[in-house]
Write a protein that binds this ligand. Sequence first.
Ligand code: AMP
Length: 339
Amino acid sequence: MLAMAAARLGYQTVVLEPQADCPAAQVANRQIVAAYDDPAALDELARSCAVVTYEFENVPVAAAGHLAQSVAVYPPARALEVAQDRLAEKSFLNDIGIATAQFLPIENDSELAAGLQAFGGSGILKTRRMGYDGKGQRVFRNVASGGFDGACASLGNVPLILESFVEFEREMSVIAARGTDGSLAVYDPAENVHRSGILHSSTVPAAISALTADAARKAARKILSALDYVGVIGIEFFVLPDGALIANEMAPRVHNSGHWTEAACVVSQFEQHIRAVAGLSLGDANRHSDCVMENLIGDDIARVPALLAEPDVAVHLYGKAEARPGRKMGHFTRIARRG
Ligand code: AMP
């Protein structure tokens, strides 16, 4: 989607990705098939490009650092570093005055037992790194003391974080961008529904008050400025029954909950990101239509013929060869026409 947006602005793209003929390579000018940390491949990428960006927050920070020695890399390495570790991420958010769930680093089952006790018997244990779509998580609800033996091992004996359980009313996210000149553009908050830890749908406008929407926009601006960020960021929040916001996580990239911008805004999050990293003026982030974006996951791909026959539906398929359970195959956005 970034490569397509870049092409519309007259740019050519080179994709570095270990899987040959990956979805991005199908619409880019060239693919370098190599691991993200292959030094020769990174040097070739740097030689071929005026600017490098990423659309996956688990690319190694060292690879971004290596590239940055010879070519502009956006978003900055610090954003990648912070977003890759849930502990660093929550500490950063709290440091700049943005509320998160309570959290504790966890190394073993006895620390887990103590942490759960501190959080009233409920919490979510997550891997600090490499988690996405609800992977690497265990939920504990109203557990009495004991009975956690093996919980840390079941997540692979990697560094973990325990978060207090947030009794939220809804989930929402904000997509925002910052240009090389420090200018900001913030899209309307989307209300998100997750199923089995995977984003199911994003609805805009979200059913939140103007005050809550403003608070989310303000938090987004604060995060972008604090990181001296360039590019698009996605920030996920929980909304409490009183409208207060708890930040859950941030992704230093275009975000699934912003795919709706492709169909409901003049300038999508993808074009916005390309504009930002290319040093162009940011575009208008206003929405021209209300909409609902829904992911097509696994066998949902069978819905495509019916969706194509519907009016006011924009379908986007990713060109993945095989539909597997839980695999995002594409998405569609249904536009609500005005008047
Ligand atoms: P994450 O991988 O952190 O985005 O978590 C995936 C989903 O799990 C979130 O979208 C929420 O639905 C739920 N979740 C994560 N953390 C918490 C929490 N601390 N309290 C309640 N629900 C959570």
